[in-house]
Design a protein around this ligand. Structure first.
Ligand code: NOJ
Length: 445
């Protein structure tokens, strides 16, 4: 049986969350609306029309929830700051109540000897900034930088571990190209400028923290998936390469001063020419202390000329009769191992932390217990792969479970349950799942 001590005494074990998914109090205590509040109320794109306005009510229950983090034995709590809670319009006037709230969360962590990791941006852009174009607009960078500086000055004495962005490819593609996430924009004319401004924000944020926070440990996170061609045909191999450029390389390479991966896909070459992105190669560079990887599944892709731009198509795990979670995501720990190796092969990547990993299943609360054997199996497989990669000398120094408790899973609403703790969304009662107890044992040993 694998146990935490196999990873050595300095390995960091944590649990990750995000403000819009857990906090609730979405229009209370001076918080301004975020793009997720607006999108959920207007778009009709959230399953069952679920709303994030109350979520897990972490805003009022953070003490109880942090006590659960402690009880399960995690040493790190990762959470994000809702930008519009501390700056209701995204820029300008601050909201003292919002600023104090995060001080309270941090103080509670410290009192419990839990190390806080702050994610600065986990997808909930202030609606006021979206009204000016959001990530597509060049003005977003000044607003973001002011937000980062405010957070650094407020919390930098107490918090040393920072993540600039959560999954930049996730929010730019889902929110500004496919329109299935907030703010619901579509097309390359939104996606490309959003990508450029996001890559700038990633590095600018790093520089600001470096100058404002003494002894900061600065990272940012990337979603990543091993991309597997469906066959070894040239068409499928090229399709896999294009998807890899987009899903894995788009943001990590500019941070290393490599610019966007234009050489491997002419579409990105077009992007570079149209937006003059090469002019920013230097500014997009930042020497991160660590990179956060968030990997759940591999993708098998096949050439498909009918899909605009990318000309690739996912061959789903279900149709290939592969094990998968309730999200339809393939369970494949070998791919987890491979993608960590892929990222570790960049010479500038010094240190990797798995900042999210976990699985959604159709949990049932039977006689007061949630017996989620599939989730436990998932963790066993993925942790074994992680240990293997670590034992090969790859500098992986931490792992965070996604997520503490079932919460607002974006366009899936409350239907997708990733938590180690079951949330009853009618009563808000928390019940530790068997996987939560499994983690408690794992961390003890
Ligand atoms: C990615 C995101 O960072 C997080 O917010 C989301 O809930 C999980 N992965 C699962 O989809």
């Amino acid at each position: 049986m694998i146990k935490a001590s196999d990873f050595g005494p300095n390995f960091t074990w944590g649990v990750a969350t995000a403000a819009p998914q857990i906090e609730g109090a979405a229009s209370q205590y001076g918080k301004g609306p975020s793009i997720w509040d607006t999108f959920a109320s207007r778009s009709g794109k959230i399953k069952n029309n679920h709303q994030p306005d109350r979520a897990c009510d972490f805003y009022h229950r953070y003490r109880e929830d942090l006590a659960l983090v402690k009880l399960l034995g995690f040493k790190v709590f990762r959470f994000s700051i809702a930008w519009s809670r501390i700056l209701p319009n995204g820029i300008g006037a601050t909201n003292q109540q919002g600023i104090s709230f995060y001080h309270q969360v941090i103080d509670e962590c410290l009192a419990l000897q839990i190390t806080p990791y702050i994610t600065l941006y986990h997808w909930d852009l202030p609606q006021a900034l979206e009204n000016d174009g959001g990530w597509t607009s060049f003005s977003i960078n000044a607003a973001f930088n002011a937000f980062v500086k405010l957070c650094a000055l407020e919390y930098g004495d107490k918090v040393k571990n920072w993540l600039i962005l959560n999954e930049p490819f996730g929010f730019t593609s889902l929110g500004y190209m496919l329109g299935v996430h907030a703010p619901g924009k579509t097309g390359l004319s939104n996606f490309f400028p959003a990508v450029l401004h996001t890559a700038l924000a990633q590095a600018d944020g790093g520089h600001i923290l470096r100058s404002e926070v003494k002894n900061a440990n600065i990272g940012t996170t990337y979603s990543c998936s091993e991309i597997l061609p469906y066959t070894q045909s040239d068409n499928d191999l090229l399709a896999a390469k294009r998807v890899d450029c987009l899903m894995n390389r788009l943001f990590v390479e500019p941070a290393q001063g490599l610019g966007f991966p234009t050489a491997d896909w002419e579409m990105l070459e077009k992007f570079q020419m149209e937006y003059g992105t090469w002019r920013f190669n230097n500014r997009m560079k930042f020497d991160f202390d660590f990179i956060g990887l968030q990997s759940y599944f591999p993708l098998t892709v096949k050439y498909n000329p009918f899909i605009p731009v990318i000309q690739a198509w996912e061959v789903k795990a279900k149709s290939r009769k592969k094990p998968h979670t309730a999200m339809g995501w393939e369970v494949n720990a070998d791919s987890f191992y491979n993608i960590i190796k892929q990222f570790s092969s960049y010479p500038q990547v010094k240190n990797i932390v798995i900042t999210e990993n976990g699985a959604a299943y159709r949990d049932h609360l039977a006689t007061g217990n949630v017996v989620d054997a599939e989730r436990i199996k998932y963790f066993e497989l993925y942790l074994a792969a992680l240990l293997k990669v670590k034992n090969e000398g790859i500098n992986v120094t931490g792992y965070m479970v996604w997520t503490l408790m079932d919460n607002f899973e974006w366009a899936e609403g409350y239907n997708a349950r990733f938590g180690l703790i079951h949330t009853d969304f009618a009563t808000l009662k928390r019940t530790i799942k068997y996987s939560g107890y499994w983690w408690q044992e794992f961390l003890r040993a």
